[in-house]
Design a protein around this ligand. Structure first.
Ligand code: HEM
Length: 476
């Protein structure tokens, strides 16, 4: 268990948690800040640490993060107690599988979800998203009723991102399951998902390194949430899949679940658990990833009112006030688009992306990387790399525009990952974020209920999230 020869520099390895002790000392709450600090301490763009027994390499520069994300040797994922427990003790789904199984399942799901509008322009999907956005605008314009008091305190006084949970989930379910659900039920689901991902904080990481902790203090180390909250999501998905199996007919495929049942049965490979996990892997990110990215987005434009005004001017000149914005408007609204890119850059939701696994011995940045090393691109630091970004701490959408105000073709952000494991929902996410932001700012100016700046009270987890973000939408 020696440090491998020519392994990247980093802190020593102590008993039980290896170098993790040093991370906790640097920053107990936020692993990305702890690793960034260790990178600075060792004056390196590539750090070698041991998370318990696992050799782990962290890259910080934009260049090395991009290389890590795009090279085939780093397309594996890690198999941990949490990823296993999450998928019923098997390796299933898309997120945490690798090798030929991952390739086949990723290709299959993207190929067939596309037929239902996912990842492309689609009139049917856009109309259904437009209906969800009308629901949201209506919510901003009314006093709360019994069913929405948890997200609305009064006219225009709403909780972000919780107001988006129902619409986002209904949109993805229109593709997966051709079904709409009650908004409150969907919010409860999204909140279970949020608790589950928050269990991936510092103590949750300890669980992956030393799984026996689940027998000693399951609540403290997040194991209870893995079981209970993930169980809530699985029960929800199981009900949908079982209903599909009961009513399935090969004459007409209503949605992606039907296509999965049909195609995999034809090949004699119907896998119930895989169907559950694919649905879960596509339903989890819309509320958690899009919802919380929007939450940070609104926080930034509230704290930068000049940006908000400029976006509103752009909306007024391209769309006006007589109709709602649609995706045809997107290419004529570079400033709005740039503001979304800038929010993803300055506050990447997954500051350490979703860690990869090295699938064969190789080299990176001149250092030796043994097979099975955990590979972590520190997106947080790469997005503030001064070699790429001028004044990186400043929220400045203009950095994505040329002198004539056109959107730059090249986007150096890597908040959606890169390479063959690039986020499978990026197009869906970008479409949705554009439509929500454009429709909200066309009709409202967003501020905090007190008129003060948003305080960045961040909760750690696999994703970062704001503690509680009530906003006030003031009619324009
Ligand atoms: C703003 C919203 C989102 C952000 C910031 C985000 C970010 C990410 C990141 C960083 C990864 C890891 C990529 C890598 O390893 O290189 C990822 C993977 C993934 N994302 Fe997203 N995501 C978002 C929205 C979505 C949505 C809406 C969906 C689905 C509806 C989705 C589905 C997935 C899937 C299935 C993967 C796993 C891909 C694989 O391992 O092959 N994401 N996402």
């Amino acid at each position: 268990k020696e440090r491998p020869n020519n392994f990247p520099p980093g802190p020593p390895r102590l008993p039980i948690w290896g170098s993790y002790w040093f991370m906790l000392k640097e920053n107990y709450n936020f692993a990305h800040l702890a690793l960034e600090a260790l990178g600075k301490r060792y004056k390196t763009d590539i750090l070698g640490v041991f998370l318990g027994d696992f050799p782990t390499v962290v890259t910080f520069s934009h260049e090395l993060c991009k290389e890590l994300l795009t090279r085939d040797e780093f397309t594996g994922r890690n198999d941990t107690i949490v990823t296993r427990t999450r998928s019923m003790e098997e390796k299933r789904g898309i997120f945490f599988v690798d090798g030929p199984f991952w390739k086949g399942q990723r290709w299959f799901s993207l190929r067939y979800m596309r037929d239902f509008g996912f990842g492309r322009r689609s009139e049917v999907l856009e109309n259904s998203i437009a209906d969800e956005i009308k629901y949201l605008l209506n919510l901003l314009d009314k006093e709360p009723d019994a069913t929405d008091r948890d997200i609305c305190k009064g006219r225009g006084h709403v909780l972000v991102p919780d107001i988006f949970y129902g619409p986002l989930l209904n949109s993805i379910f229109s593709i997966l399951a051709s079904t709409r659900f009650d908004y409150y039920e969907l919010r409860e689901c999204a909140r279970a998902g949020l608790r589950f991902q928050r269990s991936g904080d510092a103590t949750g990481a300890a669980l992956s390194m030393t799984p026996w902790l689940r027998f000693i203090a399951p609540d403290f180390f997040g194991y209870t949430s893995v079981i209970k909250d993930n169980g809530h999501l699985l029960d929800f998905v199981r009900k949908i899949v079982d209903e599909h199996l009961e009513t399935f007919s090969d004459d007409y495929h209503r949605d992606f679940i039907d296509v999965f049942i049909s195609e995999s049965t034809k090949e004699g490979q119907f896998d119930y658990k895989q169907l559950l996990m694919i649905v879960l892997d596509y339903m989890f990110p819309p509320p958690i990833a899009i919802g919380h990215t929007l939450s940070f987005y609104f926080a930034y434009i509230i704290n930068n009112p000049h940006v908000q005004t400029k976006i509103q001017e752009e909306i007024d000149s391209i769309v006006g006030r007589q109709r709602l914005p649609n995706l045809d408007d997107r290419k004529f609204m570079p400033y709005l688009e740039a503001s979304i890119r800038e929010a993803v850059r300055i506050f990447p939701l997954n500051p350490l992306s979703i860690p990869r696994r090295c699938v064969q011995d190789t080299y990176l940045g001149g250092y030796f990387i043994p097979e099975n090393t955990i590979m972590i691109p520190c997106i947080w630091t790469a997005h503030k790399d001064k070699r790429i970004w001028e004044n990186p701490e400043e929220f400045k959408p203009e950095r994505f525009l040329d002198e004539d105000g056109n959107l730059l073709k090249k986007d150096n952000t890597i908040g959606f990952g890169a390479g063959k494991r690039l986020c499978a929902g990026e197009t869906f996410a970008r479409h949705y974020m554009f439509l929500i932001v454009a429709s909200f700012l066309q009709n409202y100016t967003i501020q905090t209920p007190t008129g003060e700046a948003v305080k960045f009270d961040i909760i750690p987890g696999i994703n970062l999230s704001l503690k509680e973000n009530w906003i006030k939408a003031v009619p324009r």
